[in-house]
Design a binder for this molecule. Structure first.
Ligand SMILES: Nc1ncnc2c1ncn2[C@@H]1O[C@H](COP(=O)(O)OP(=O)(O)O)[C@@H](O)[C@H]1O
Ligand SMILES: [Mg+2]
Length: 485
């Protein structure tokens, strides 16, 4: 980030320098003074008062100070000025402390004697990261705002693109076919379509085609007149008529018997239905949404599903991807389910303990979002509002975390174990260095440094190790070998 950028397009940021050595302090103030509004002090205690008064955007602090240490300042800053970027300065002998500082939330460290060019670089990069993080946060909030009131959550590109298409087609009369495994959200997307259409003030009527006995289906769909068959004691409106001017959701359409398929096709084409035992056709105005977790094309090829009906229903198809193919949605879905169940149970909203998110990421979720919802409900109830532990997850989820087959403890060096841990974590989170960093409790930069080092050391060709991320917060920003294969 150049000085021009800083001063022309944005208000100057405030920097707090904490350094007990007077000449270094002066030099830093002088050098940084034309990029930032600088305040400098000698002691952590002074700096702590300045956190509230000066409200620094960046804190550049020495670790070793005469009174309280830079680490103590860091702890205070995290509470009082959580948005501030903290960069620590440290001597060669105290790199360990610097690592500790990074664990406690420092964003970076620089080793003394200070090379000002390097410092400049570190600051610029951190500001850039901060900007990206803010952008991502803002985009995320916007995305959540848009879909929050719908109760449909999903930050992944897959879900966002489905919701976008859904908004686009919501108001058309065309039939929508929702396909996807059970629990992927076909139901809630059907309701979403209805709410976004001009039919929203009319009924949304759902029929589960697989749950109604075959001999009752026709009357369920189209209604019957009194005395139409034994047991028809009164006239009954069918689902089509109940949904008039609104939306009819035909769930599990793949289970519809052939003879009903013919009648459904006619209703869709003619926009007319016949009540069982009725005297003439009745006009209806219904928008149909159908859903299935079966492969309708296969059913069609097998002769179990009529081709003409298939084409009639398949005007717009929305494919709901299984959760395992959009793991980026897991954290937000999880935290929202946890919030919801904790609130319902009148419990404080529990945090996720060590390893929990990792396990949620590693698991395959055959039951998709419905299964995640159930696991969250169970975890809230079992943890009673305290931190959610691995033990509160079902064994199947807990045991999904891969243990490295190539790594033996003892028998491997710490470096090997570290490498394995980083690469496996990256693979589990689709290569997002920021997610991996937060799961491993280290800085993003540490991971980036390691990747670079391994690449340099091994002279591996470029696809052997994850590449530098284009955008650290984006799950697909980095490609791992497995993800690109
Ligand atoms: N994107 C999502 N956001 C919030 N809840 C979801 C989402 N997808 C699914 N669910 C929840 O998961 C459960 C299963 O979803 P549902 O729409 O019934 O799936 P399907 O009809 O595909 O079997 C429901 O409780 C639903 O509210
Ligand atoms: Mg369903």
């Amino acid at each position: 980030m150049t000085k021009r950028n800083q001063t022309e397009t944005k208000p100057m940021l405030r920097m707090l320098i904490v350094e007990d050595d007077a000449s270094t302090r002066k030099a830093l103030s002088h050098l940084l003074g034309d990029r930032f509004i600088v305040e400098a002090c000698e002691l952590a205690e002074e700096a702590e008062t300045l956190l509230g008064e000066f409200r620094p955007d960046i804190i550049l602090t020495d670790v070793r100070l005469p009174g309280e240490s830079g680490l103590a300042l860091l702890d205070k800053a995290r509470v009082v000025a959580p948005e501030a970027i903290v960069i620590v300065m440290t001597g060669h002998s105290s790199i360990e402390t610097a690592v500790q500082a990074m664990r406690s939330g420092a964003r970076d460290f620089i080793v003394k004697p200070i090379n000002f060019e390097a410092l400049d670089l570190v600051i610029s990069r951190e500001l850039e990261h901060q900007q990206i993080a803010l952008d991502v946060k803002r985009l995320r909030e916007q995305a959540l705002d848009r879909i929050n009131d719908e109760g449909i959550w999903g930050e992944s590109e897959e879900m966002q693109s489905i919701l976008k298409t859904a908004v686009d087609v919501a108001d058309s009369h065309a039939t929508v076919l929702l396909t996807g495994e059970s629990g992927t959200g076909k139901d809630i997307v059907a309701r979403f379509l209805h709410r976004h259409s001009s039919r929203r003030d009319h009924p949304f009527v759902a029929v589960n085609c697989g749950a109604i006995p075959e001999n009752l289906l026709e009357s369920e769909f189209f209604g019957h007149e009194k005395g139409a068959f034994t047991g028809a004691h009164a006239q009954k409106l069918g689902r089509f008529e109940q949904a008039n001017h609104g939306t009819l959701f035909l769930d599990e359409i793949g289970d519809l018997p052939i003879n009903l398929q013919v009648k459904l096709l006619r209703a869709l084409q003619e926009r007319q239905i016949d009540r069982v035992g009725g005297t003439g056709p009745i006009n209806i105005d219904v928008r149909v949404i159908a859903a299935t977790n079966q492969d309708l094309e296969k059913r069609r090829d097998a002769g179990a599903f009529r081709e003409d009906l298939f084409y009639r229903l398949n005007v717009i198809q929305l494919k709901m991807p299984p959760l395992r193919e959009r793991k980026a949605d897991i954290p937000s879905l999880w935290s929202r389910f946890i919030d919801r169940f904790a609130t319902r149970e009148n419990l404080p909203i529990p945090k996720a303990g060590a390893g929990v998110l990792n396990a949620l990421y590693s698991y395959d979720w055959p039951g998709n979002v419905r299964e995640l919802e159930n696991v969250a409900e169970r975890a809230v109830i079992m943890s009673r509002g305290a931190e959610i532990q691995l033990a509160h997850l079902p064994a199947s989820v807990r045991e999904s975390v891969p243990c490295a087959p190539g790594i033996r403890i003892p028998g491997s060096t710490l470096d090997d174990i570290e490498k394995e841990a980083i690469l496996r974590t990256l693979a589990a989170v689709n290569g997002s260095t920021s997610r991996a960093a937060s799961m491993l409790g280290v800085s993003v930069r540490k991971i980036q440094y390691r990747l670079q080092r391994w690449r340099d050391e091994a002279h591996l060709d470029s696809d052997e190790l994850p590449q530098e991320p284009r955008r650290s917060d984006h799950p697909l920003g980095t490609a791992t070998k497995t993800a690109t294969a």
